[in-house]
Write a new protein. Structure first.
Length: 114
């Protein structure tokens, strides 16, 4: 079971040891609790593979190594940081990049971007 509190990577390892490849995407619904279960309900219609599911769950529930909040305050212009991370995360697809960006902001700038 994964409730969002532990490591999503640890969940993946245990889950993949227990569930065979063809059934992973179908069985994930019963393995998620709390916030991950609500996330899954909202996103399952657009997820087509276990690899895509893992990628998106890592973005949403994984540990963010670099945080905009370390560099941004209400006194700074966020455009500089958007350009900086846009360059650093150049290989990341735009939808994933946007999700990572929004979820690493403090509440006030997050509301502004949303």
């Amino acid at each position: 079971m994964f409730d969002g509190e532990g490591s999503v990577e640890t969940f993946f390892v245990k889950y993949e040891e227990s569930i065979v490849e063809p059934q992973r995407l179908l069985a994930v619904e019963v393995a998620l609790r709390a916030t991950p279960a609500r996330w899954w309900t909202a996103h399952k219609v657009s997820i087509n593979s276990w690899e895509q599911c893992k990628k998106l769950m890592t973005v949403r529930f994984g540990v963010v190594i670099e945080s905009f909040t370390e560099h941004y305050s209400e006194l700074n212009d966020p455009r500089e940081h958007i350009l900086t991370y846009g360059y650093r995360w150049n290989e990341v697809p735009k939808d994933v990049w946007t999700h990572m960006f929004i979820h690493t902001l403090d509440q006030i700038p997050r509301n502004w971007y949303i």
